[in-house]
Design a protein around this ligand. Structure first.
Ligand code: SF4
Length: 424
């Protein structure tokens, strides 16, 4: 493992070195050009010396039972938060193209890139000095089981003098954690970043970074106990596909995609309803299908994990599945897995002559299209079959099916239904 680790680390370092050198030389060329021009010409040409900000999006791993950082030679699933954030940087570069600001993006997923050590932090500092760039650290998508590792990294980066951002489900749902991190000089980011990111970067570049950011531009959505503001994501940038990142996983032809966010249900143990709200929001389905086609044609993507917490509740599953099915009919290889609730496939036998209900027609249409679009696996949460426990957990969507003695027909349609303790 250690030899492989060194080799992998070396490969990443070489790759990053190439990326960094390219950006640094571009900035240097702009500066040299400005110096060489006569002053009158320079004022007419508006030459801009680029201020480069290297953004590290870091997904912390977690500690194992004896306190070691877990990491693996190859991962299973790329992290969707990292690729979405990388796409937001691309958007920022487009927006600020003429303003002398350039963002470099470095993705560091501890599960596959290895632990960030004190020596790694020193190397980041030295490399930034050598390249003449500024650095900002973003601990991204940190879940509760990753929080201890994320917190320790954030504190180490702060002690080394880096500006540090901290986002994800844990800080978004736990005010006490936010207060602690903010006391330590760490900026917390609550909720989804789409409508926050541009303002946050502008604030950093203007030397006015705040202790905390949360979504203010969006719609109001109910949670389990109140309301939050969540962004409209219809036109939001789709995840950036990083081929080097995908090669750190068992299958480099598989990636993740979120087409919708939120969940209408209120399972007591789940934080999705509180962080993303109960109002379903979806990306533009045409843009999603274009992205899937582009991913296949230009990045060799053959398989997707649609990470929507409940794809069956997405307002746009139908046009997306139709688009995927059409792509397959064109002769392209495509398969996917998804997370859905039990109602996507649970319906009983119809009595002779009984007309199908609208709910049943919707479920049947969903299953037919999912199979045509290449679905081979669906995660469905069956945490308990005990009606009293379902009631106690307010998982009423499963309770109703229990009472009706519904039949799960998912497997009849060549899909595999996974019993899950976490999903949907
Ligand atoms: S467990 Fe699943 S169905 Fe329940 S609230 Fe969370 S995402 Fe929704």
């Amino acid at each position: 493992m250690s030899v492989l680790a060194v080799a992998l680390g070396g490969a990443v370092a070489i790759l990053l070195g190439v990326v960094f050198r390219r950006a640094a030389s571009t900035a240097g060329e702009l500066g040299a050009l400005a110096d060489a021009l006569p002053s009158a010409t320079a004022s007419r040409s508006h030459a801009i010396v680029c201020r480069t900000l290297r953004v590290y999006f870091i997904k912390p791993s977690k500690y194992d039972d004896v306190g070691r950082v877990q990491w693996f030679w190859k991962g299973v699933l790329p992290n969707n938060t990292l690729t979405v954030l990388a796409a937001l940087n691309d958007t920022y570069n487009e927006l600020r193209r003429d303003q002398g600001v350039y963002l470099e993006t470095v993705i560091w997923d501890e599960q596959v890139d290895g632990p960030i050590l004190p020596a790694t932090i020193r190397a980041m500092q030295e490399k930034a000095l050598e390249d003449g760039v500024e650095v900002i650290i973003g601990l991204a998508g940190v879940q509760t089981n990753q929080y201890p590792r994320g917190r320790d990294l954030a504190l180490q980066f702060r002690r080394a003098g880096f500006p540090v951002l901290f986002g994800g489900f844990h800080v978004s749902g736990h005010p006490e954690t936010r207060a602690f991190l903010e006391d330590c000089g760490i900026t917390t980011v609550v909720g989804e970043a789409e409508t926050i990111w541009c303002e946050l970067l502008d604030d950093y570049l203007g030397d006015r970074l705040r202790p905390s950011y949360s979504v203010t531009d969006g719609i109001r959505a109910k949670t389990g106990s109140g309301e939050i503001t969540v962004p409209i994501i219809t036109g939001a940038q789709l995840p950036a596909i990083s081929d080097p990142y995908l090669h750190r996983f068992a299958s480099s032809t598989m990636t993740t995609l979120d087409t919708s966010r939120g969940c209408p249900f209120t399972c007591s143990y789940c934080s999705v309803k509180n962080v993303m709200g109960r109002t379903m929001r979806a990306r533009d389905p045409e843009a999603v299908v274009r992205w899937i086609r582009d991913a296949g044609d230009h990045h060799g993507i053959r398989s997707l994990f649609i990470v929507d917490d409940d794809f069956f509740r997405s307002p746009t599953w139908e046009p997306i599945l139709e688009g995927m099915a059409a792509y397959r009919r064109d002769g392209h290889e495509l398969s996917f897995m998804m997370q859905v609730d039990a109602e996507a496939a649970a319906f009983g036998e119809r009595a002779p002559g009984e007309p199908p209900s609208s709910q049943r027609r919707k479920s049947e249409r969903f299953l037919e299209l999912a199979a045509a679009a290449g679905c081979y696996s669906a995660f469905v949460g069956f945490e308990t079959f005990n009606p009293q426990n379902l009631l106690a957990a307010t998982k009423v969507q499963n309770l109703e099916k229990e009472q009706r003695r519904g039949k799960d027909e998912t497997s009849d349609r060549a899909l595999t239904a996974w019993r899950s303790t976490a999903a949907t």
